[in-house]
Design a protein around this ligand. Structure first.
Ligand code: UT7
Length: 331
């Protein structure tokens, strides 16, 4: 038995932050940000107190409604985030409580930009072996409280935005419908090339005034190295997914890559032979929303009419870990 994505939802906070807004806080410009990354604006939470699990609530409800299932009919949550509301417990527990899914399985996934595809693979396996019938897979991030809006932090803080996306994974409706392949990869050789060190259980104390002063609680990235890995690993994961599904590029209706940088995605898509109308880009309006990106992009493609029943979608993601993943899903 195959599993399938039965419903998709997304949610972004209402506060729009443009590149010009950021340029008032640090030495940057719309020109630098747009030219390097393709980002024009992103969304931030409206006020302190809104966590990734809060953004996930409306996204999850939309996914459930579109799948035609109620919270009672969902057996488990897989919650992918690098920005959980609190250090522990995981965001899945908070989300389950907010959705009234008390007592149901809630698993958090910590695989950053690949987190949604990692989470999808867990749901896929659960459904295929019959352990659960309907699984809610969520990617949700609040980056705006975790990056540094100063000259020191500008290389990272201009890239990220807040948002949530969700899908319901359940039994497929036929042989040609559903998750056709998924592949997952990681290489810790790059673990410290895109990471957030503190609070660190490997360090005693986990967080000190010195660490705060040095900004070690903010994400750090060796951008050029991450870029080089991304342009190699994203097509590799996509091609592996196609080959595992027995498909070629010509069979793909829509390519939905993770959105870390418009330049990465244009390079990957054109090297693979995709014309622009078969590629989903949403980075311009939302920035990099890490685990939320792919389900948010799916919802955007439903909105613009490109994702319908029967559409074959190719996924590819790369990010911190390093982790990368690919997949093919027929809707
Ligand atoms: O989602 C996870 C995966 N992440 C990625 O895939 C990201 C991959 N990397 C990238 O997308 C690019 O490396 C960036 C967009 C992050 C940066 O582009 P870059 O061309 O690699 O720039 P750079 O980091 O080499 O910085 C170039 C210059 C530096 O100044 P100098 O040393 O040349 O004088 C930076 O200090 O730009 C400066 N700079 C900025 N200037 C204005 C860095 N950040 C900013 C900024 N505004 N926000």
């Amino acid at each position: 038995m195959r599993s399938a994505i039965l419903g998709v939802g997304s949610y972004v906070p209402t506060k729009v932050v443009t590149n010009d807004d950021l340029a008032k806080m640090m030495s940057t410009s719309d020109e630098w940000i747009y030219t390097r990354s393709g980002i024009r604006e992103r969304r931030f939470i409206e006020e302190s107190g809104i966590g990734a699990s809060d953004l996930a609530v409306p996204a999850s409800k939309m996914a459930m409604e579109r799948a035609g299932v109620t919270a009672d009919e969902v057996d488990a949550i897989v919650f992918a985030t690098l920005s959980p509301d609190y250090n522990f417990p995981g965001g899945g527990c908070f989300l389950g409580d907010k959705l009234g899914m008390n007592g149901k399985c809630a698993l958090d996934v910590r695989n950053q930009c690949s987190g949604f595809l990692y989470g999808l693979s867990v749901a896929d396996a659960w459904v295929r072996v019959g352990m659960y019938k309907n699984v809610l897979v969520v990617g949700s991030e609040v980056h705006s409280t975790g990056v540094e809006f100063t000259d020191r932090g500008r290389a990272v803080s201009v890239l990220f935005g807040d948002g949530a996306g969700a899908v319901i994974v359940g039994p497929s409706k036929g042989e040609n419908h559903g998750i056709l392949s998924l592949n997952l990869h990681a290489d810790g050789v790059g673990a410290k090339d895109l990471w957030c060190e503190a609070p660190a259980s490997a360090i005693d104390p986990r967080l000190s005034p010195e660490m705060l002063a040095e900004g070690r609680h903010y994400p750090q990235m060796v951008g050029k190295k991450v870029f080089r890995w991304a342009v190699e690993k994203m097509p590799a994961a996509a091609n592996e997914a196609l080959s595992d599904a027995g498909l070629t590029i010509d069979d793909v209706d829509l390519f939905v890559p993770h959105q870390a940088n418009m330049r990465i995605n244009q390079m990957v898509a054109s090297n693979m032979g995709f014309d622009d109308d078969r590629v989903v880009h949403n980075i311009e309006n939302y920035g990099n929303t890490t685990a939320a990106t792919i389900p948010m992009a799916l919802d955007a493609a439903i909105g613009d009419g490109r994702l319908k029943d029967g559409t074959t979608v190719l996924f590819s993601a790369f990010g911190s870990g390093f982790t990368w993943a690919g997949g093919v899903v027929r809707f």
